[in-house]
Design a protein around this ligand. Structure first.
Ligand SMILES: Nc1ncnc2c1ncn2[C@@H]1O[C@H](COP(=O)(O)OP(=O)(O)OP(=O)(O)O)[C@@H](O)[C@H]1O
Length: 538
């Protein structure tokens, strides 16, 4: 795929531009004869730009998306970039609610001798729309912005390169090469921004592929400064769950001023606004360490040679897949580390057959797992945060709290997370706020398929599962929810199917008696671009 940007779309001239019922309405001179008005929802407006060739005037850039476009006849492109040019004063509503005006290319998007801007197009993510989004939207937005901002910015607004993934290791390879360049030691290291057209997997690959540092830390206050050298990732949510994106944008996702016009900006609209109007922040991360013998489990198509180890034991037609393992000692994550029901769903739904169903794949596999309702046998221990002293200041001696065992020997759900949402509408940790760098545990015991289902459904109800408590034959039960500094899970299962951990979608299997320890990593491994409205107030 070429990294050359040609011209952006020629903007349509718009007159009588106004806001009406949450819509941006205009008349186009070409259509004057039919008197027809055109409109987009205000929620579809990305931002405005100065018109390049005039002292006055503006370009309004919008993104329309079409559900099920591929099923129409003839098939429609799923995205349509709309650019309007007007010489009129803009309605005030165009500047607000996350819509802004770009008068200068932000530093983090300038390709120069001092800064690289990379676009990573992950063709295997989600429903496979990343390449179309790059070609039909993002490439053109960069061209529009460059043209609008003048000659100097036009050059700077060309991304340094575009990486299109060819296999499951492409992003890691890219991250490793980026890390090596940046650690070159010749003093020439550049800052870098990586625009990820992917799901959460792209972030994990960036965290694990590029880092050479020991990032573990028990110091929860160490997130105050992000290293200026840490690369910035910008998220374009083209995966399935997009947990990190939805969690970072949750406070601004439903703040639309135009309730009459729809349900707020789409994730891709929010993402494009953040890309051009955002601010970098240190990305909170954890480190999951595994006992000896642990290995990452992945599957590769093997029609060609038929080799590769044991086949998937559950989750669809597995005839064309072979397992490919790689030893692992530790992994960084920014989203979730889990054992039990969640890890099993992620593992068993990650087949080509299930992937075509988008986020529905999780529910499909969940049904089977709920029927089985396996009681996961493991020892769970947590290290709780040290209570603040009366003066609310940390005590002078920063001694750790002890690891404490949970009494139950069987479990349905053990999940530690740094984010609020695993999908846009699935709120696993309602107390988590963007960038708060607090690790929270959600846990419940082996309570049976029916009750597990009820707990999960409550998570779709804004995270109402965290207060649930009930009585059953084994006595009082509840969904435990608390902040932890460290989590340790030691697995006592004979069948390897139930010895899977999940770290941000990566599946790790341990031998019987093996364990995973999760603790916060120190700040500065990566930075992430966020909507400035979610930055902590100083
Ligand atoms: N061309 C390709 N061939 C094989 N695998 C690919 C290719 N491109 C990307 N992948 C892999 O596909 C996976 C996509 O994961 P990613 O997290 O981006 O999407 P997702 O799983 O659909 O979304 P989410 O993790 O947000 O639910 C990654 O493991 C990536 O390495």
């Amino acid at each position: 795929m070429s990294s050359q940007l040609d011209h952006g779309p020629r903007p349509t001239t718009a007159q009588d531009v106004r806001v009406q019922d949450g819509n941006l309405v205009w008349t186009s001179p070409a259509n004057r004869g039919d008197g027809a008005q055109r409109q987009v929802r205000l929620d579809e407006v990305l931002f405005t730009l100065p018109a390049a060739d005039a002292h006055a005037g503006s370009i309004i850039v919008c993104l329309k998306e079409h559900d099920g476009a591929e099923k129409q006849t003839p098939p429609q492109p799923p995205f349509q970039l709309v650019a309007l040019r007007t010489d009129e004063a803009l309605p005030d509503q165009l500047l607000g609610d996350g819509r802004g005006r770009i008068d200068r290319l932000p530093d983090y998007l300038r390709s120069s001798d001092a800064n690289e801007v990379h676009v990573v197009v992950s063709t295997g993510s989600g429903l496979g729309l990343a390449a179309a989004f790059w070609e039909e939207v993002l490439r053109l937005v960069f061209a529009l912005v460059g043209e609008a901002l003048g000659e100097e910015d036009k050059e700077a607004a060309r991304p340094s390169d575009v990486v299109v993934t060819e296999d499951a290791h492409s992003v890691r390879r890219f991250a490793r090469a980026l890390g090596e360049r940046r650690r070159g030691g010749d003093g020439s290291a550049k800052s870098a921004t990586v625009i990820l057209l992917s799901g959460d997997g792209g972030v994990v690959d960036m965290l694990n592929g590029g880092s050479s540092r020991d990032g573990s830390s028990n110091d929860s206050s160490s997130n105050d400064s992000s290293s200026p050298a840490a690369p910035i990732v910008a998220l374009l949510p083209l995966g399935t769950g997009n947990a990190l994106f939805h969690s970072l944008h949750k406070p601004v996702a439903s703040s639309s001023s135009s309730p009459s016009a729809g349900s707020g900006p789409s994730p891709l609209v929010l993402a494009l606004r953040t890309l051009f109007l955002g601010a970098p922040a240190s990305l909170p991360a954890f480190r999951a360490s595994f006992s000896p013998g642990a290995h990452v489990v992945s599957y590769v198509p093997t029609k060609a040679d038929g080799k590769g180890g044991s086949m998937l034991t559950a989750g669809g037609d597995d005839a064309d897949l072979a397992r490919k393992d790689a030893a692992v000692e530790s992994l960084y994550g920014a989203i979730v580390a889990s054992y039990g029901f969640h890890a099993s769903i992620v593992h068993e739904s990650d087949t080509p057959e299930y992937r075509v169903h988008g986020s529905k794949r999780f529910g499909m596999v969940a049904q089977d797992l709920l029927r089985e309702s396996h009681p996961y046998r493991a020892r769970l221990s947590v290290r709780r945060p040290k209570p603040l002293s009366a003066s609310d200041a940390p005590p002078p001696q920063q001694q750790q709290q002890p690891l404490e065992d949970f009494s139950s020997a069987t479990h349905a759900y053990i999940l530690a997370t740094l984010v609020s949402n695993l999908e846009r509408t699935f709120t696993i940790s309602p107390a988590s706020a963007p960038l708060d760098n607090r690790l929270r545990l959600v846990h419940f015991g082996a309570v049976g398929g029916q009750r597990t289902m009820e707990v999960m459904m409550k998570a779709y109800d804004g995270g109402a599962h965290v207060g649930m408590a009930w009585e059953d034959g084994d006595g009082p039960q509840r969904v435990a929810y608390e902040e932890v500094d460290e989590l340790r899970v030691e697995v006592h299962e004979d069948d390897a199917r139930w010895r899977k951990f999940c770290v941000d979608g990566t599946i790790v299997e341990v031998p019987r008696g093996g364990h995973m320890v999760v603790e916060k990593a120190r700040a500065g491994l990566l930075r992430v671009l966020v909507d400035p409205r979610v930055l902590p107030r100083r």
